[in-house]
Design a protein around this ligand. Structure first.
Ligand code: GYE
Length: 308
């Protein structure tokens, strides 16, 4: 018999990448869009995604990360609820040799080698844009302008930096004054509640401008303003951040005056970064999506393009 010797070939088995992602919660429309974008992009990229929702608790995030380390995922991604307190758990991931991607919000760690890259918006710049719009919008208004601010989650990068960017721009402008400021946790219910409290003060304390750190809180505040018998967008100028479809609809209705865009659709960037890390490429330490600001005059034209 003919004896043919066929050498056996080792076919490389394409191992699917496993990504553990700790999502911070589900407080807003932005967050829902962010979660959906990540799920869809993982599916598209053929990456196995293990996602855990921390319901606004840093402790839950730490436990999720620890479970990812124990189950030896390939890459860990974290959307951190607050900025501080990450050094120890990131050190654990480093000891285990698992690369970490920081997504959306940032972390304050002493050792920057604890994460590979940080993908997310420039929140300081968003605050600057919001203030620039306000300065222009109010340029013909005479007298002192009282500003109310609805902050997001205390200790979170977007809230800290939007507040700082905004303040930087009004510093030295002595007609502009932030007279009321409180956290409403980035939620619609919170925005409603805090704005109601603001408007329960004597009316000489009522603000002329509202700077809301996100759309959900602004939409909640619109309801409280209407209930107080005022016209949102006219009696109180409203500026918010995110750029959700609902906020655009509110602009069209005249209730919100301008929205600073903050892009939640980070899924494709995250999957790309994950694949590049796995193939040994070096990534930039910081990746920032391009973003715009939309005044109410553009809302009707743009609403159809909003994908979140
Ligand atoms: O603006 C807000 C969400 O971290 C950029 O979190 C995100 C913020 C977003 O709850 O709506």
């Amino acid at each position: 018999p003919l004896n043919i010797n066929i050498p056996s070939v080792e076919l490389p088995v394409a191992k699917t990448i496993v990504l553990g992602f700790s999502q911070l919660g589900s407080e807003s429309a932005w967050r829902a869009a962010n979660t959906n974008s990540i799920k869809a992009a993982a599916l598209e990229a053929g990456i196995t995604l293990i996602m855990k929702n921390a319901q606004q608790s840093q402790q839950n995030q730490v436990e999720a990360i620890r479970s990812f380390i124990e189950s030896k995922v390939d890459v860990i991604a974290i959307a951190p609820v607050v900025q501080t307190g990450w050094d120890d758990i990131l050190e654990e991931a480093k000891q285990a040799g698992i690369p970490v991607i920081i997504l959306d919000r940032a972390v304050n760690v002493k050792d920057h080698s604890l994460y590979v890259t940080c993908i997310g918006s420039d929140f300081f710049e968003e605050g600057v844009k919001a203030a620039k719009y306000m300065l222009d919008k109010m340029r013909n208004y005479s007298g002192r302008i009282k500003i109310a601010e609805l902050q997001g989650t205390i200790g979170s990068t977007p809230s800290i930096d939007r507040g700082r960017g905004f303040r930087k721009m009004i510093k030295g402008q002595n007609t502009f004054d932030i007279t009321l400021t409180q956290s409403a946790d980035f939620t619609m219910a919170g925005g409603y509640k805090v704005m109601r409290e603001f408007l329960s003060l004597p009316n000489d304390k009522w603000p002329k401008v509202l700077f809301s750190h996100n759309d959900d809180m602004a939409i909640g505040a619109v309801k409280a303003i209407e209930e107080a018998g005022l016209k949102p967008g006219t009696d109180i100028i409203i500026i918010s951040v995110d750029g959700t479809r609902r906020a655009f609809e509110q602009m069209i209705a005249g209730n919100i005056n301008a929205v600073v865009e903050c892009n939640p659709l980070l899924g494709p960037l995250l999957m790309q970064a994950t694949q590049e890390i796995m193939s040994g490429r070096t990534l930039p330490k910081r990746m920032v999506p391009p973003e715009d600001i939309f005044p109410q005059e553009l809302a009707a034209m743009e609403v159809g393009n909003r994908t979140y």
